[in-house]
Design a protein around this ligand. Sequence first.
Ligand SMILES: Nc1nc2c(ncn2[C@@H]2O[C@H](COP(=O)(O)OP(=O)(O)OP(=O)(O)O)[C@@H](O)[C@H]2O)c(=O)[nH]1
Ligand SMILES: [Mg+2]
Length: 426
Amino acid sequence: MFVDQVSVYVKAGDGGNGLVAYRREKYVPKGGPAGGDGGNGGNVIFKVDEGLNTLMDFRYNRHFKAKRGENGMSKGQHGRNAAPLVVSVPPGTTVIDEDTGQVIADLTIHEQEAIIANGGRGGRGNTRFASPRNPAPDFAENGEPGEEKNIKVELKLIADVGLVGFPSVGKSTFLSVVSAARPKIADYHFTTLAPNLGVVDTGDQRSFVLADLPGLIEGAHEGVGLGHQFLRHVERTRVIIHVIDMAGTEGRDPYEDFQKINNELREYDEKLMTRPQVIAANKMDMPGSEENLQHFKEQIGEDIPVYPVSALTKEGLRDILFAVADLLETIPKFAPQLEETEEKVVYRYQKEDKGFVITRDDDGAYVVSGPRIEKLFKMTDFNRDEAIRRFARQMRTMGVDEELRNRGAEDGDTIRILQFEFEFVE
Ligand SMILES: Nc1nc2c(ncn2[C@@H]2O[C@H](COP(=O)(O)OP(=O)(O)OP(=O)(O)O)[C@@H](O)[C@H]2O)c(=O)[nH]1
Ligand SMILES: [Mg+2]
């Protein structure tokens, strides 16, 4: 399994503030409340685009903020809701809340959407607080803050194409010159112990994921060398690039190499022989490679395409990459959700809590904190006495006063919420 992973911060839009306003009518003094509600803040939404196959875009942008809702207006008009911020992700993307470790979304199908952070509700205008007892309320609600989260975005990359061949034929070198991957390259066998992945961009809007696999040797199907591990990876690819050292650097015959590798594939699973193969005749910069290539072509016949390349001088790479991209277009993608049988459960849990906690600061002040109380606080317009009184009532209903009292708070003690201070009044 190859996992690409990025940490991202998302913030949904805050709700717009509700408005305090009154009707102005010719003969009606203070003609009743007329402040409209704020609009809702925009959600942050992730949406699957099957044209994407990497998290590349997240490398450049790690902050996603949706817009806030419009404030409420006079004459009871509501502020406009903010449009959602839609972020495109490739199929197979999993979103995890970094703080709780919970899976927020598992996006596999084209155009599937998930709300990653909820926009805040618009604050209510004073119209909404009118009651027989208070027909002209002098306060409105601020917008609810939008959710903010630190998330981990994960993509299980599935290789479209696998590089297959004997050790040291130049598989890792090939991957390193056609993608941004930087696998270890050396002239000893089994330099590559675990597959490396790279994204190949053919430059004509096409791209595919290429895996550099550990070298294969005779007997691999029985577990020799890195045997099975390796073959399991081949199983998942849609096209095989069969890399052959056409210079015979290590004294082996290129055609024999070709046959032996295919034999291992067949012994492991007959089905692998139906997987389309493209031959990369590598190391064409070396002496003797031309003659070997001629001979190889005669032996192999016309059916299988052979692309002479040099991963060292980068000659011939363009042709083979285009041929592979063409081939891939003819072969359907594996559905990612069928690939892995791993259990994927989307948890949505709400912590059972009373909405606040009380702690003491060094200076003796009581600190009231917690998401619910802080949200109420942010939704209060402290410029208006009525709003402040309402907040005090809400705190009392939540049980904040009582708990403060239980913890020994007395008249005149300092109470802190976020960066603001009040005095405790009995
Ligand atoms: N002359 C020449 N040398 C090459 C070419 N491609 C790779 N090599 C060299 O061949 C050696 C092996 O290259 P690697 O890319 O590590 O080979 P590999 O197939 O990944 O090998 P394993 O990971 O061990 O299976 C290195 O010394 C490379 O520099 C080429 O086109 N021409
Ligand atoms: Mg290698």
